[in-house]
Design a protein around this ligand. Structure first.
Ligand code: OGA
Ligand code: NI
Length: 324
């Protein structure tokens, strides 16, 4: 697992750098889909999430079963951590791996990168040394949140599997079932005067299978579709679902690995809480045999996930794009 946003920017299938940096053109007639999970007609839900994954690669879910109070506690704990003096945050500083706290001023358009990154699940891969001890409730809240994240992720993967005509457990199993890795990143974007120039998170697609992100009431996340950037409207208590590279590859391109970016705000602090779900490094991932055939040959190579990551990073380097 690497910190992909240490290597942010594009790969050859993605829009040119100038497009990535272009001002938002609001789509007007279209909006990132919002799916209400409380409807009782599961067939309808399956169709909605599949359609959103095919057309956008991103959607928001509401009435998802994660208690609003727990989401508020998660947000409060994150905010309390970032409010600590720098010296206290350094207690969980990043060492050689991707986990831990990092604050870096990058200069230019990508000016600020401050985040906390750590593994959540399975329990055997957790390094509690990167979980803040302050605020004191951090661990309890985050562990409770992890249980809900796992349940919701598997539910969504279940509907997506059914929509593909596969058994409900198919996609979850294809990323390793209980060995799939869940990693939390808390992105902290302070206000910047030059917010039109300051990309909080440069345009990228997520490398893993899927990410579930709790947004902040200060909007900033944007998705790329039909050559345009779309703002994600803030919906109270919603969770944003982002389809990553591996789900795109497993479905032989049927689902879209949405290209997205985050802007900073001129006056207000913005924080986001994505949880990335990915196969273990040593798992083989490629188009599912059930989804390919003579009339739909595999469009992607089956690769060990670690090799996929290495290739993606090498691709960035070849394009001579900045690697921080
Ligand atoms: C990410 C990401 C978006 C945001 O961390 O991969 O896409 O809104 N973040 O912070
Ligand atoms: Ni992302």
């Amino acid at each position: 697992m690497v910190d992909e946003r240490d290597h942010d920017t594009s790969s050859s299938s993605l829009p040119s750098l100038s497009k990535q940096l272009a001002d938002t053109t609001l789509g007007g007639s279209a909006d990132v889909p919002v799916v209400d999970l409380s409807v009782s007609d599961e067939g309808f839900l399956v169709r909605e999430v599949v359609k959103a994954s095919e057309e956008w690669g991103v959607f928001q879910v509401v009435n998802h079963g994660i208690p609003a109070e727990l989401m508020q506690q998660l947000q409060l704990a994150g905010k309390q951590f970032f409010d600590l003096p720098e010296i206290e945050k350094e207690a969980v500083a990043k060492e050689e791996d991707f986990e831990g706290y990092k604050r870096k001023y990058l200069g230019g358009i990508n000016n600020w990168d401050e985040h906390l990154f750590h593994r959540l699940s399975p329990p055997s891969i957790i390094n509690y040394k990167y979980w803040p001890k302050n605020p004191p409730q951090y661990r309890e809240v985050t562990e409770e949140y992890t249980k809900h994240m796992k349940r919701l992720t598997e539910k969504i993967l279940g509907w997506l599997s059914e929509g593909l005509g596969l058994p409900r457990v198919a996609l979850t199993q294809s990323i390793g079932g209980d060995t799939a890795e869940y990693v939390l990143r808390i992105n902290f974007y302070p206000p910047t005067q030059h917010s039109e120039l300051t990309i909080g998170a440069a345009a990228h697609s997520d490398m893993g299978a899927i990410a579930l992100l709790v947004p902040h009431e200060v909007p900033g996340l944007q998705a790329f579709k039909d050559e345009q950037w779309f703002d994600l409207n803030y919906v109270d208590s919603a969770v944003v679902v982002i389809i990553g590279d591996q789900l795109m590859r497993m479905t032989n391109g049927r689902f879209k690995n949405v290209f997205h970016r985050a802007k900073t705000d001129r006056e207000k602090l913005r924080i986001s809480w994505p949880v990335f779900v990915a196969p273990r490094d040593d798992m083989s991932v490629g188009p599912l045999p059930e989804l390919t055939g003579d009339d739909n040959p595999p469009k992607f190579e089956t690769l060990i996930y670690k090799d996929y990551i290495d290739q993606k990073i090498k691709g960035w380097a070849l394009e001579d794009l900045p690697v921080y």
